[in-house]
Write a protein that binds this ligand. Structure first.
Ligand SMILES: *[C@@H]1O[C@H](CO)[C@@H](O)[C@H](O)[C@H]1NC(C)=O
Ligand SMILES: *[C@@H]1O[C@H](CO)[C@@H](O)[C@H](O)[C@H]1NC(C)=O
Ligand SMILES: *[C@@H]1O[C@H](CO)[C@@H](O)[C@H](O)[C@H]1NC(C)=O
Ligand SMILES: *[C@@H]1O[C@H](CO)[C@@H](O)[C@H](O)[C@H]1NC(C)=O
Ligand SMILES: CC(=O)N[C@H]1CO[C@H](CO)[C@@H](O)[C@@H]1O
Length: 550
C-alpha cells in the first residue's frame, strides 16, 4: 500500500512548501526588487503585498521554519534546494536529486550543500517545539487541544472519543459517519431499528420520535414502519474519502486569508472531505462543484434514513487493506436495518509508487480471494436484506490524456510546471500515487489499464456467479465515461473532473455527476436496492424540520 495517508500528507507538505517558497521569492512587490529581501518573518508580520495574501498559511510556515527559510530565500535559493536541505524532499543514496524547477546556476547539489550549512548554524527545531509553535497560532489552537487530549489519554486517533460514532465533527467523527445523537449511550446510534418505536427518545438518531398527541401513535411507527429503511456504507479508497487539497492553497493569485479558513478542519480530516463525497456526502460543497450523494438521495427518498451513513474509506484503500479497514463497520445483524454497501476501490490495486509498479499490482487471483473474503465478512455482519454494489476500477489513462500538458496550480503563475513535470517529480521522490498511470510511458499506462480491466472482470464475475445469505450483489463499471459525457454536455472540460492539485483523484464535480449516474442505474436496473419512496416524507419534514441536522 504505497499510496497511503502518510504519502499524501508528505506530498501535500512538499507541494505546500514549494509553493510558499516560490510565492515568497517571486513576490511581485511593486518596487525595489533589487533591494535585498528582508527576513521572511518580519515581512510576514509587516504584511508586504504578495506575502500579505499568504497570511495564516505563511504564518504557520514561518513559525515552523521561519529563520531557515528566510536565510535561504535571502540567498536566492529555489524551492527545490530548500526542500532538500530541510529533508522534506528525500534522496536515496545513489539516486538522482529530484527537482521540480530548473536547477540554480551553481548547480543543485552545491546549492543544497550551502543551504545545509546555513541550517547547521542555527539550532535545529525539535518536533515538539514545532508543535507548540503551531499551537500558538489561534486558528489551530482548538485542534491542538484535541490532539493533546488524545496524546495525553493515549487514545488512538481512529476512534477519538472511544466510540465509533461521534459528536466531534472531525478526527474521524461525524464527517465520516452519521452523527450520533447521544454519545453517552451505546445503544443509541444511526441505523438501528427503533427501540419501542422511539416513544421516549430517538434511539436511531433519525430525528423522528415521540407520540402524535392526536391519536397516541408513535411517530416512528406511523412514518417509518415498513418503510424499507436502510443505510449507506461506503467501503473504498481515497476517491470515496474524497481526497482534496484546495487549489487556492496552491495558486498564489487566488490566495487570501479566507482560502485558509478551512485549514484546521482539513487537517483533522486528513485532507479528505467525506462530508462532500459522492456516496456519503451531506453538506453543500464549499470546495467547488456541488454536493450530491447516494446518502442524500436515499434520505430524500425516505426521511427515515436520516443520518444512516458510514464511510469506511481510506486513502490507499485496496482490495487487500480493505479487509482490515472494514472491521470498523458498525452494523448489528440483529438490531439494525439493512444497508447498501458500495465496494469501490477504484485504483489502488493497480496504483503504487514502486519502480517496478507492474510487479506490485494485485493479480486477478488475489483480487478474487480478497473480495470473496470481504464479502464473506460482510455476510457475517450485514442484516438480512442488504445489498452490495461492486464498482469496477477506473481507467486511469484519462488522467494523463487530459492533464499532462496543462499547468499545475503551482506552475500557473509562471507557466512553468505542467502535470507531466509534476508526475515525474513525484515519481522521482517516490511519492507518486500511481506510477503506472502518471507516467509518460504509454505502454506502461496501457498495461496498467489492462490489469485494471482484468480486476474489474473479477468483480463482474463475482456479481454474476456468487450468492450470499444476507445480501444480493451487483456490479457496475466506474462511471467515468458517462460522467465525462454528461459534463461535456453541460459545457465542461474533462480536466475539470480531476482534482487540480494532485492531478489524480476525481474532483467534486466528478463525484456529484457520478452519484447521479449510479443512482439512475440502480433506479432502473435494481430498484429493490433503493427501497421504496416514503409517502410520509412531507409530514416528517413538517413536524421534524431538518431532523436535527447532520
Ligand atoms: C444546498 O444549498 C441549497 C441552496 O443554496 C439548498 O436548497 C440545499 O438544500 C442545500 N443542500 C444541502 C445538502 O445542504
Ligand atoms: C433473508 O430474507 C429472505 C427474504 O427476504 C429469506 O428468504 C432468507 O431466508 C433470509 N435469510 C436468512 C439467512 O435469514
Ligand atoms: C495503448 O492502447 C491503445 C488502445 O487501447 C492502442 O491504440 C495503443 O496502440 C496502445 N499503445 C501502446 C504503446 O501500447
Ligand atoms: C515503458 O514501460 C514498459 C513496461 O514497464 C517498459 O518495458 C519499457 O521499457 C518502458 N519504456 C521506456 C521508454 O521507459
Ligand atoms: C477512511 C476513514 O476515515 N475510515 C474511518 C471510518 O470511521 C472509522 C471509525 O471512526 C475509522 O476507524 C475508519 O478508519
Amino acid at each position: 500500500m504505497r499510496a497511503s495517508r502518510q504519502t499524501f500528507l508528505n506530498l501535500f507538505c512538499i507541494l505546500w512548501l514549494l509553493l510558499l517558497l516560490k510565492a515568497a521569492s517571486c513576490s511581485p512587490l511593486p518596487s525595489g526588487d533589487d533591494t535585498p529581501h528582508p527576513l521572511l518573518p518580519s515581512r510576514l508580520y509587516k504584511g508586504h503585498t504578495c506575502v500579505e495574501k499568504l497570511q495564516g498559511f505563511c504564518y504557520i510556515l514561518a513559525e515552523l521554519y521561519g529563520p531557515h527559510i528566510a536565510e535561504l530565500i535571502d540567498r536566492e535559493m529555489n524551492a527545490d534546494v530548500v526542500c532538500h536541505s530541510l529533508r522534506l524532499c528525500k534522496q536515496d543514496p545513489g539516486q538522482p536529486l529530484c527537482h521540480l524547477y530548473p536547477p540554480p546556476k551553481v548547480g543543485l547539489s552545491t546549492a543544497i550543500w550551502k543551504a545545509k550549512r546555513i541550517l547547521k548554524t542555527s539550532k535545529d527545531l525539535k518536533s515538539t517545539t514545532r508543535f507548540s509553535n503551531l499551537c500558538a497560532f489561534p486558528l489551530l489552537a482548538n485542534l491542538c487541544e484535541k490532539i493533546k487530549y488524545v496524546i495525553r489519554n493515549k487514545l488512538p486517533f481512529e476512534d477519538f472519543d472511544g466510540d465509533k460514532f461521534s459528536t466531534f465533527p472531525t478526527l474521524r467523527g461525524y464527517h465520516w459517519r452519521g452523527r450520533d445523537c447521544d454519545d453517552r449511550n451505546t445503544i443509541v446510534y444511526p441505523g438501528r431499528r427503533p427501540d419501542n418505536w422511539d416513544v421516549k427518545s430517538d434511539s436511531n438518531c433519525n430525528g423522528i420520535w415521540g407520540v402524535d398527541p392526536k391519536d397516541g401513535i408513535p411517530y416512528e411507527e406511523k412514518f417509518c414502519k415498513g418503510a424499507d429503511s436502510r443505510g449507506v456504507v461506503l467501503l473504498g479508497d481515497s476517491a470515496g474519502a474524497h481526497f482534496h487539497i484546495p487549489p487556492e492553497w496552491m495558486t498564489v493569485t487566488q490566495m487570501s486569508a479566507k482560502s485558509f479558513a478551512n485549514l484546521p478542519m482539513a487537517f483533522t480530516d486528513e485532507l479528505d472531505w467525506p462530508q462532500f463525497s459522492e456516496i456519503t456526502g451531506f453538506l453543500n460543497s464549499t470546495i467547488g462543484g456541488w454536493t450530491d450523494s447516494l446518502y442524500l438521495r436515499l434520505r430524500r427518498r425516505n426521511r427515515c434514513n436520516h443520518r444512516d451513513l458510514q464511510n469506511i474509506s481510506q486513502n490507499g484503500g485496496s482490495s487487500r487493506n480493505l479487509l482490515n479497514l472494514m472491521k470498523s463497520l458498525a452494523r448489528n445483524q440483529l438490531l439494525d436495518n439493512p444497508a447498501i454497501v458500495i465496494y469501490a476501490t477504484i485504483g489502488n490495486d493497480v496504483c503504487n509508487g514502486n519502480h517496478d509498479t507492474l510487479a506490485h499490482m494485485t493479480t486477478p487471483k488475489e483480487m478474487l480471494s480478497n473480495v470473496m473474503q470481504a464479502l464473506r465478512y460482510l455476510d457475517s455482519r450485514l442484516p438480512n436484506g442488504s445489498h452490495v454494489i461492486l464498482t469496477g476500477l477506473v481507467d486511469g489513462r484519462f488522467l494523463w490524456d487530459n492533464l499532462h500538458d496543462r499547468y499545475h496550480p503551482l506552475g500557473q503563475l509562471n507557466r512553468d510546471i505542467t502535470y507531466s513535470q509534476l508526475y515525474s517529480f513525484l515519481n522521482c521522490l517516490k511519492v507518486s500515487p500511481c506510477n503506472g498511470w502518471l507516467t509518460p510511458n504509454k505502454t506502461l499506462r496501457n498495461l496498467t489499464s489492462e490489469r485494471a480491466l482484468q480486476l474489474s472482470d473479477v468483480l463482474k464475475e463475482i456479481a454474476r456467479s456468487e450468492k450470499f445469505a444476507n445480501f444480493d450483489v451487483f456490479y457496475m463499471d466506474f462511471p467515468l465515461r458517462q460522467t465525462a459525457e454528461e459534463w461535456r454536455k453541460m459545457g465542461g472540460e474533462p480536466w475539470q473532473l480531476i482534482e487540480p492539485v494532485d492531478g489524480f483523484h476525481p474532483s467534486q464535480i466528478a463525484a456529484a455527476l457520478g452519484t447521479s449516474i449510479t443512482w439512475q442505474k440502480a433506479l432502473h436496473e435494481w430498484p429493490q436496492v433503493l427501497g421504496k419512496e416514503n409517502p410520509f416524507n412531507d409530514q416528517i419534514e413538517a413536524i421534524f424540520k431538518d431532523q436535527g441536522g447532520h
